[in-house]
Design a protein around this ligand. Structure first.
Ligand code: GUN
Length: 283
């Protein structure tokens, strides 16, 4: 039976580190780091996520701001609001919550975000720096996964890592972070032979958004399994992208859903916002 990786406990540790960093920044430099979260429209999941991001930011001592724009706002107006945050000296981190309504071009909005203020590493300049293996602001969820691996003492160096999913939010940056950590990485998607590829992984990270896509029987005995999925079934049950009970029989360590990767995303967002503010002091 696999060890459970306790995302709640690791996230609490990260939040405590950030709170200490914020307090030090205030005491030594009189600077309060600011985080702005932009939410466009009424996506119900985004509303819950953004409320919780703002709440955690305030608890850790940030100046926390939510900019909420209506469902039918034009791209031009959204861009204008973003540009105002770009030049606001009280704001060090900006996040545009995805998804955005149809009339908004998410790519061009993210491109307009000043890379130094990007709080979740989705701006193309930061994504490019990650691809080149250079220091940058990292996307929160995959960075949270890297932190979990560190906390359980799993070093990806030389290991076969299989990433299922190729989104800009998780799969792609996850694969790059693992390459930068010297793992041998396979990225899988809907055209891949999943059972065959997953079976090779000493580390398997799944971010596909499909309930229980990865079967327990595919898991290589002793593998570390990280499930980024969060799917609500018709009966109200919350499940990940991995068939948990069967996978836990074979894995050496596995993340539960909920209580695994989920809590890490917000904690790493806070770390990014603090780092952005710290970098302004070094310039
Ligand atoms: N939507 C769901 N997760 C995220 C995230 O981590 N960042 C952003 N910007 N949008 C999201």
């Amino acid at each position: 039976m696999a060890t459970l990786i306790d995302g709640k406990a690791i996230a609490a540790k990260v939040r405590a580190e950030v709170a200490a960093g914020v307090a030090e920044m205030k005491a030594k430099h009189g600077l309060v780091p600011g985080l702005a979260v932009m939410r466009i429209g009424e996506d119900p999941a985004s509303k819950i996520y953004v409320t919780s991001k703002r709440k955690v930011a305030a608890e850790l001592g940030f100046h926390a701001l939510e900019v909420h724009l209506p469902e039918d706002v034009s791209h031009a107006v959204a861009l204008e609001r973003l540009q105002a945050l770009n030049v606001d000296p009280a704001i060090h981190g900006i996040l545009v919550q995805l998804p955005v309504p149809k009339q908004i071009d998410a790519d061009s909005l993210l491109a307009a975000l000043r890379p130094e203020k990007d709080a979740d590493g989705l701006n193309a300049v930061n994504a490019g720096l990650l691809a080149q293996g250079r220091e940058t602001t990292l996307p929160c969820t995959p960075w949270g996964v890297m932190r979990m691996l560190e906390e359980i003492g799993f070093n990806p160096m030389g290991k076969r890592a299989v990433v299922v999913g190729r989104s800009i939010l998780v799969g792609r940056p996850m694969a790059l972070m693992l390459v930068n950590a010297s793992a041998t990485v396979t990225i899988c998607h809907r055209k891949s032979n999943l059972p065959e590829e997953v079976a090779r992984g000493e580390l398997v990270v799944v971010a596909a958004g499909v309930p229980e896509l990865v079967k327990g029987a595919w898991i290589r005995p002793g593998a570390v399994v990280i499930d980024v999925g969060m799917n609500r079934l018709a009966d109200g049950k919350l499940v990940g992208d991995v068939e948990f009970a069967a996978a836990a029989e074979r894995a050496s360590a596995i993340t539960p859903v909920p209580g695994g990767v989920g809590p890490m995303t917000i904690a790493m967002l806070m770390k990014n916002a603090l780092q952005n503010a710290q970098r302004t002091l070094r310039r």
